[in-house]
Design a protein around this ligand. Structure first.
Ligand code: KG4
Ligand code: ZN
Length: 343
C-alpha cells in the first residue's frame, strides 16, 4: 500500500496531499491565493512565488498531520514539476527534492496536466474505459489527449492562443465583473439568452483538434465597447449595461465556448475511436459544459469539484502509477514551464 506525499505549486495554489494506493485520499490541503491576485484580475507571478514560499511548509505539515501520517511512513514524494509559472514551480520542486533527500525516499516528477486527467481515479479507484479522450480546461490549459493508459498520454490538440478559463477571466474583466470570472459568468449565463448575441465559433481546420479563443474574446470586447473605426483605439471602459444585457452576453459567450469544446470532443472521439471522455481542470465546473457532456456518444467522466481545480492529490495519485513502474526522478529534476509534449 504505497503512501505518497504530493506537492503542487504550479500556479496560484499551494497544495499538499497524502494518497494511498493511487486513489485513497487521506488528506487534500489547498492554500489558495485568489484574494492576493483578485485586484489585478489575474495571477501576478512574483506575488504567487512569494506566497508559495510562505505557504509550502505549513501546507505540507497540515497534509501529513491531517492524514495522520508520519514523515517516515511516506514511500515517495511526488511533485508537479511542469507546466506552470517558473518561480512558482521552483518552490514546490525544491521542497519535494529536499524532503525526498532528507527522508531517503524516491522523488517522482509528474506533469500537472496529466495529473488533472488522473483526478477521475481519486476516491473512485476506477479508470474509465480506454482509449479515452482527455480534455483539460482551466485558466492555464485547454488541451485534448488520447489516453491509451496512464503511461500512454498523447497530446492531440491544444489552444493556439488563450485558454478557455483565461477567456472567461478576460471577458469578466471586460464586463467589469470580479475575478476569477468563470464562476461569475456561469451564474449570470443561467439568467441570459444564449441566442441573444451571435458570437463566433472558431473551429480552425475541418479536422483540427486545436482551439482558439482570442477571436471570441475580441468579439465580446467589440460588442460591448463598439467596433473601433479606422485608426481608432477601442474604448477604454465598458459603458454601463443593463443587468439583462450582461446576462445575455454571458449566456451567448458561454454557448460559444461550450459549442466549440463539444465539437472538438466529437472530432477527437471519432479520430481516436474512444470509449470514454475524461475531463479535468477548473472550467469543468461549468454548468453549461457539464450539461453538454451528457449528450456525447460516449460517457464523460468529471471529477468532483475539489479535484477539478488545482490540488496535489491528483499528482500523488498519478505518481502511484509511476511508483509501480519504478519510474523515479533524479534529484536534478527541473522545473519546466511547458508541458511534456511541447519539447
Ligand atoms: O484548474 P484551475 O483551478 O487553475 C488553473 O490551472 O488554471 O482553473 C481556474 C480557471 C479560472 O480561469 C476560472 O475562471 C475557471 O477555471 N472556472 C470556470 C468555472 N469555475 C472556474 N470557468 C467557467 N465556469 C465555471 N463554473
Ligand atoms: Zn491546473
Amino acid at each position: 500500500m504505497p503512501t505518497i506525499l504530493g506537492i503542487e505549486s504550479t500556479c496560484d495554489e499551494t497544495a499538499a496531499s497524502v494518497v494511498v494506493d493511487g486513489w485513497d485520499v487521506r488528506s487534500n490541503v489547498v492554500a489558495t491565493q485568489v484574494e492576493l491576485h483578485a485586484k489585478y484580475r489575474g495571477v501576478v507571478p512574483e506575488i504567487a512565488s512569494r506566497a508559495h514560499i510562505e505557504n509550502i511548509l505549513p501546507v505540507v505539515r497540515e497534509a501529513l498531520s491531517s492524514a495522520d501520517v508520519a514523515q517516515g511512513d511516506i514511500d515517495a514524494v511526488a511533485v508537479a514539476h511542469r507546466p506552470g509559472l517558473i518561480g512558482s514551480l521552483l518552490v514546490g520542486v525544491t521542497a519535494a527534492k529536499t524532503l525526498a533527500w532528507a527522508l531517503g525516499k524516491p522523488l517522482i516528477g509528474v506533469d500537472h496536466v496529466h495529473a488533472h486527467l488522473y483526478s477521475v481515479v481519486l476516491e473512485t479507484n476506477r479508470t474509465p474505459p480506454v482509449p479515452a479522450v482527455g480534455l483539460v480546461v482551466s485558466g492555464g490549459h485547454t488541451a485534448l489527449y488520447r489516453v491509451g493508459s496512464w503511461l500512454d498520454v498523447e497530446l492531440i490538440g491544444s489552444t493556439i492562443d488563450d485558454a478557455v478559463g483565461e477567456a472567461y477571466d478576460k471577458v469578466a474583466a471586460i464586463l467589469g465583473l470580479g475575478y476569477p470570472g468563470g464562476p461569475i459568468l456561469d451564474r449570470l449565463a443561467a439568467k441570459g439568452d444564449p441566442r441573444a448575441v451571435k458570437f463566433p465559433r472558431t473551429l480552425l481546420g475541418r479536422d483540427s483538434l486545436d482551439f482558439s479563443f482570442s477571436g471570441l474574446k475580441t468579439a465580446v470586447l467589440y460588442h460591448v465597447r463598439g467596433v473601433p473605426g479606422r485608426g481608432e483605439d477601442v474604448k477604454e471602459v465598458t459603458p454601463v449595461l443593463t443587468e439583462e444585457h450582461v446576462a445575455d452576453v454571458a449566456a451567448s459567450f458561454q454557448a460559444a465556448c461550450v459549442d466549440v469544446i463539444v465539437e472538438k470532443l466529437r472530432r477527437a472521439i471519432a479520430q481516436s475511436d474512444a470509449s470514454s471522455v475524461i475531463v479535468g481542470g477548473g472550467v469543468s465546473a461549468n454548468s453549461g459544459l457539464r450539461e453538454a457532456l451528457n449528450h456525447l456518444t460516449v460517457p464523460a467522466h468529471v471529477p468532483p469539484m475539489r479535484y477539478c481545480t488545482d490540488n496535489a492529490a491528483m499528482s500523488a495519485g498519478l505518481a502511484h502509477v509511476y511508483f509501480g513502474e519504478g519510474k523515479f526522478s533524479g534529484l536534478d529534476l527541473d522545473a519546466v514551464t511547458h508541458s511534456q509534449f511541447r519539447d
